[in-house]
Unconditional design. Structure first.
Length: 319
């Protein structure tokens, strides 16, 4: 098994060395590391150049800032080895990461998904596993907790959406429409740092996404292979709309929040007219890894049905 690790960086000097060392210290050395840097302004490039001088498995690509979707397409174009995966520059992996996969890999898998550790410190961490059912595989879209076979992506011409902050969800659902050859390995080797308040993800969540409707339209264009896939895709869209609003309200004025809510739910009701009847919205359907997600989605739909979202916005949003 040959692996390409892709690390997008921008001003990541605080954690980058730990990230790189966690890969370079693997017992098996069958990997390459591709660092895609958006012209960092801190000490990131100094760190990268130091590692370039001592290890020829590392490559550096400079890229003008174009969000993560661009880095991920560069990933597909430039990775040379059999399986490819992402590592955020503030995260790291355990030392037996590659060993464990080498023993469990099946060369026929198009995608392999694993567990991860939500990491604050050595004394404050929690293991997260994905259950082996289709809806959980469908919804859990972070590109850093999976390997994808490069030949499969090339054969099906699968790429990440341009101009989208949620390109990973579209990518994952597109993969599911082409293959069921997906494995889950329930070990947590990847350490996802949740204490970095300057991370790109947390910064993005504080803003409205100007491309969100465009993303919804692209999601809608995906043609499910059967009715079950259609139901899962619709649930993924409903879920994304509500999560988008629930993650953003605390940073916005009530006026801006209501405007965005009306725009999204107009799209939702036009394209998925009976959206609240989706079977994965039922409380006892095993469709969420974290029960609070299901409660939040159901609660917001109830607010919408009772026309109470504007009241919620006036109470909870910035005035």
């Amino acid at each position: 098994m040959l692996i390409s690790f892709i690390i997008p960086t921008y001003n990541g000097d605080k954690y980058l060395e730990k990230c790189l060392n966690s890969i370079l210290n693997q017992n098996l050395k069958n990997f390459e590391i591709i660092i895609i840097d958006w012209w960092s302004k801190d000490w990131t490039l100094n760190i990268v150049n130091k590692y370039l001088q001592k290890d020829n498995s590392i490559k550096l690509i400079h890229q003008k800032w174009k969000w993560l979707w661009n880095a991920r397409n560069i990933w597909i174009d430039n990775a040379e080895w059999e399986y490819i995966t992402f590592i955020d520059c503030d995260d790291f992996i355990s030392q037996n990461f590659i060993d464990s996969f080498a023993m469990k890999m099946n060369e026929w898998y198009d995608m392999i998904i694993w567990g991860f550790v939500k990491y604050k410190s050595e004394k404050d961490s929690k293991q997260i596993f994905i259950k082996d059912n289709w809806i959980w595989k469908y919804l859990d879209t972070w590109p850093w907790w999976r390997f994808v076979k490069k030949s499969f992506l090339k054969e099906k011409n699968i790429r990440f959406l341009d101009n989208s902050l949620r390109e990973d969800a579209h990518f994952n659902i597109t993969v599911f429409n082409y293959t069921r050859n997906i494995a889950i390995i329930n070990y947590a080797w990847y350490y996802y740092r949740i204490s970095n308040n300057d991370s790109m993800c947390k910064t993005i969540c504080r803003k409205f996404d100007p491309w969100f409707i465009e993303w919804l339209n692209k999601m809608w264009e995906i043609k499910p292979i059967d009715d079950e896939n259609k139901e899962m895709k619709n649930y993924a869209i409903i879920r994304a709309c509500i999560f988008y609003l629930l993650y953003s309200w605390r940073y916005l004025s009530s006026k801006d929040f209501i405007f965005e809510y009306k725009k999204l739910f107009k799209w939702l009701k036009y394209n998925i007219s009976w959206y609240w009847k989706n079977k994965y919205l039922r409380i006892f359907t095993n469709s969420e890894n974290v029960i609070i997600y299901k409660i939040g989605i159901t609660w917001f739909i109830l607010l919408d049905k009772l026309h109470l979202v504007p009241l919620f916005a006036r109470i909870r949003c910035k005035q």
